[in-house]
Design a protein around this ligand. Structure first.
Ligand code: GLN
Length: 251
């Protein structure tokens, strides 16, 4: 269990390998927004091999990576990270997984060449790469009822097509962009305290409402269910700019 004092801990899975398209911006956002609420924000890097302290983590971050990096981490994920990660999530820790990290939390990721990397099956999704890469701005109408605004914005760059099984629900519907698979108009996945998404950008700096959703859900087990409000005018202006750019690309 995490310490019950005012330390808020983010655990970064494979920082040296699974960190593309600025995904570490998500970590900076989580740490700063916790700090601005009076927590002592702490980052633990969780590289390959045996790691300790995973039971002290409030939110795990698992970033994106190309097929090459996914090939380098999936066996370690299964052998060294799956047991303590499952234990932490079962006790209420949250996970934010983006793209390659999202794929490996599912049942498997299969590359375009047909190589299949088993995932840890923490979320009920499966992913198979297609020929065309899905690249561009994404606007999602979120299905998380408590979020305001109701949109999420980001950038996608993936060949994987992810399909949700019955235990998972989508993060939202794509208003613009391909999302999970370019066909069922879903984006991302929510299952318990685990959130998977294809939104790079990075995601959280321009979606502060989602950052607080993650922080709040990770703190519930510590008896905290309200976060003091912050002035998000700059973050939401960036959100609106991306929304306008995606909806009116030629302006
Ligand atoms: N290699 C995976 C794919 O192409 C994930 C890419 C990523 O993390 N951006 O779908």
């Amino acid at each position: 269990m995490p310490r019950t004092n005012n330390i808020f801990t983010v655990g970064w899975l494979y920082p040296d390998l699974m960190n593309i398209y600025g995904d570490r911006g998500n970590i900076l956002t989580l740490l700063k927004r916790a700090e601005w609420r009076g927590y002592e924000a702490r980052l633990i890097e969780l590289g390959r091999g045996t790691v300790t302290q995973m039971d002290e983590v409030d939110i795990f971050f698992f970033g994106g990576g190309q097929d090459r990096e996914q090939a380098l981490v999936y066996e370690d994920l299964l052998e060294f990270k799956q047991p303590p990660l499952e234990k932490a999530v079962n006790s209420g820790a949250g996970v934010l997984a983006v793209c390659g990290g999202y794929q490996l939390l599912g049942h498997y990721y299969q590359t375009g060449e047909g190589e299949r990397f088993p995932g840890i099956g923490m979320i009920d999704v499966r992913t198979e790469a297609g020929k065309k890469r899905f690249i561009g701005d994404v606007v999602v109408d979120t299905e998380i009822e408590t979020l305001t605004p109701k949109t999420l914005v980001g950038f996608e760059n993936h060949s994987g097509r992810t399909y949700l099984g019955p235990k998972a629900r989508p993060l939202g519907k794509t208003r613009i962009g391909y999302g999970n698979n370019g066909s069922d108009k879903t984006e991302g996945c929510l299952q318990g305290t685990v959130l998977g998404t294809y939104l790079h950008g990075s995601l959280l700096p321009k979606n502060p409402h989602l950052a607080d959703y993650l922080i709040r859900s990770a703190l519930i087990r510590r008896g905290v269910d309200e976060l003091s409000p912050l002035d998000d005018s700059v973050e939401l202006a960036a959100h609106e700019r991306i929304l306008q750019r995606a909806q009116h690309p030629h302006r």
